[in-house]
Ligand binder design. Structure first.
Ligand code: GDP
Ligand code: CO
Length: 398
């Protein structure tokens, strides 16, 4: 593919956030030696280089009661070399939706000659393996993984690590276009190729996020994202003294990171997970609060933001989902950050009151931070779940 070269990078301590890079060409042809002047404004990312990263990447698909047709489309868009890890929190009572997902995935893998694993988030073996290896932050009192997208994503990341994957790409199961899914993975790989650090993340920005009204309207960004980005940029500006608009992907559900980065990052539960990743980076490695690790200081952390060609269309979960599940917890991560000063706090409160989400005197919820993976005993976890994962293969019943 051809993608714009990084033109502007904002530095925040050890964290390097690159301004949006657009995809120019989805397929850039065979590998050739480039004319010298091509590399200045445009990056040609070769197919083979992309495939090398796809081999090392797990695509993690969190799913909760989505339409099977959408799920089927999503998996069909994941490039062949990637290992698919599905983590499901779907209903099992009355109608066993998890079983239906497993069957769909199994049939797909059977015909496409590939393998995948699928686990239920409430699988007792998973809960016990996590508990026994000391990773209890995402467990409930019943010893099972708690509800929530982040909780599923993190359990799946650890599973992908047992499967020896070094990169994790997250893709929601409710994407309408398989072509978008395919492009996300290419962008993830392109980010990893451009990165100069083992601590690296790629976040996707959509060229258009269509809304279906009477016709179809190609809206530039999601409304929630715009607000989250604004306040996150305020937070950075207040620290650096220079106004910035560099954050364009505060809520990016579609994103990927190296295992090395996932290991050191404190996460937030539920839908607050994506904004919190950036906040955790600023807090941990922004050079303002103490506590950065020497290895991260040496290599830095790269965050790429890549704008896809394909539009993003996913299932509409309604207004309440946008405000209560996304906006409020997202702004909560900024509001409760140890970096957040009074002015940004006040602006967040004003925003939420204006939108009638909060009343005067109320605050957005404080995320219960999930500790980084470095606290888990990986040997124990691998020992506890390694063999069991064979029974979670999508091909098991095929
Ligand atoms: P949005 O797209 O960010 O507005 O939120 P969605 O509701 O579409 O959720 C994103 C993805 O996470 C979808 O694929 C959901 O099915 C999935 N998801 C939501 N809640 C959970 C959960 O508790 N566990 C798991 N494993 N996945 C979830
Ligand atoms: Co969605």
């Amino acid at each position: 593919m051809r993608i714009e070269s990084p033109r502007y990078t904002e530095r925040f301590g050890s964290v390097r956030i690159t301004d949006v890079q657009r995809v120019l060409e989805l397929d850039s042809g065979r590998a050739k030696t480039l004319p010298l002047n091509e590399n200045i404004a445009v990056n040609k990312v070769e197919e083979d280089a992309i495939k090398d990263f796809e081999e090392k990447m797990a695509i993690i698909i969190p799913i909760k009661d989505e339409m099977l047709k959408l799920f089927e489309g999503v998996i069909s868009g994941v490039p062949h070399e990637c290992t698919i890890v599905v983590i499901s929190n779907s209903r099992r009572k009355r109608v066993d939706r998890f079983k239906m997902e497993k069957d769909t995935l199994g049939q797909y893998c059977h015909f496409t000659r590939r393998d995948a694993v699928i686990l239920h988030q409430k699988d007792p073996v998973l809960g016990k393996a996590l508990g026994d290896s000391g990773y209890t932050d995402i467990l409930g009192e019943d010893g099972l993984v708690k509800n929530g997208k982040a909780e599923g994503m993190l359990a799946a990341t650890l599973i992908a690590s047992v499967l020896n994957k070094q990169y994790m790409g997250f893709i929601d199961a409710d994407n309408y276009f398989p072509g978008s899914v395919w492009e996300y993975v290419k962008c993830y790989a392109a980010g990893f190729i451009m990165s100069k650090s083992p601590y690296t993340m790629t976040r996707i920005l959509w060229k258009y996020k269509p809304k279906i009204t009477t016709g179809i309207y190609f809206r530039k960004y999601g409304r929630v994202s715009e607000i989250t980005n604004k306040h996150m940029n305020n937070l950075i500006s207040s620290k650096t003294g220079f106004e910035t608009e560099v954050i364009k992907t505060g809520n990016a559900g579609e994103h990927a990171m190296s295992l090395k980065l996932a290991e050191i990052l404190p996460f937030a539960p539920g839908y607050a997970v994506e904004p919190q990743e950036l906040i955790s980076l600023f807090e941990g490695y922004g050079g303002i609060l103490p506590g950065s690790s020497p290895s991260v200081t040496k290599h830095g952390v790269d965050v790429f933001q890549i704008e896809t060609r394909n539009p993003h269309l996913h299932a509409d979960k309604g207004e309440l989902h946008l405000t209560e599940d996304m906006l409020l917890p997202g702004l909560g991560t900024i509001y409760h950050s140890r970096l957040c000063e009074n002015e940004t706090r006040q602006q967040i409160l004003n925003e939420l009151m204006q939108q009638n989400i909060l009343k005067a005197g109320e605050e957005p919820p404080k995320p219960n931070i999930i500790n980084p993976f470095k606290n888990i005993n990986m040997e124990k976890f691998t020992g506890a779940i390694g063999e069991y994962l064979k029974t979670c293969s999508a091909l098991e019943d095929q």
